[in-house]
Ligand binder design. Sequence first.
Ligand SMILES: O=C(O)CCC(=O)C(=O)O
Ligand SMILES: [Fe+2]
Length: 247
Amino acid sequence: MTAIDPGDLAAVATRDGFALVGDVNFGRSDFEVFVQGLGTLATHRFGTGSAGLLDLDASPLPDRVVTGRSALPLHTDGTLVGTCPKYIALYCNAVDQPTGSGRTELCLQSELLDATLPPDLSTVTDVDWEYYVTDQSHFPDVAHRWLSIPPAVRSATGTTRLNVALPFTEERTTPAGWSVRLAGSTEEDSRAVFARLDSYLRGSASFYSHDWAPGDLLVLDNEQVLHGRTTIEPGSVRHLFRGQINV
Ligand SMILES: O=C(O)CCC(=O)C(=O)O
Ligand SMILES: [Fe+2]
């Protein structure tokens, strides 16, 4: 087992957006100790687990989306529940995924905040994004009503960070966990803009898709990257531990 220093991984994540190590051999309590070493546990407003350890175990239950098997669009954690964890830790406890499935996808927020965007995308962060959350199992306090959420916020350090969750797309496996539209636009008009935004981010230099192996440990800086997931193949195994930490 590789010796893991939470401070080292946090420093790399803060520098590069994320830090990844393999061959870590964590049990549940090792992971919880590691997460606590990264900082203060985030406020937990989700329907299962805790900030120190939430099981992303690809549940086959039909009402599960985030903790289920759907693809997840690019998002920042905490957007829909009004929290903003600084770091997300993901540890691969078990996995058996055919190529392409159950990957975690990452992309630097600066692709959208700093870049010279195509004209049709340059205004997406100027209006609130409106969400209708349907994954009640994961978001019990905010489901089944429209929420209006500013897509860009000033962080404690004075920099701007994104606070967004892109929509689920039709090509990806249902069920969807939320829908989203731009304030002042219909869901349909917004969908076309979000589709272009999604392909812009996926085509950007920082986009990275991680194929999990057991023992992989990923720490991402939720203030600097967006993350998502590809669909988890029916019948396959994928079990990550998730922790959410503030600094
Ligand atoms: O399953 C994954 O790869 C990511 C899950 C996720 O984004 C979350 O739990 O917020
Ligand atoms: Fe997430």
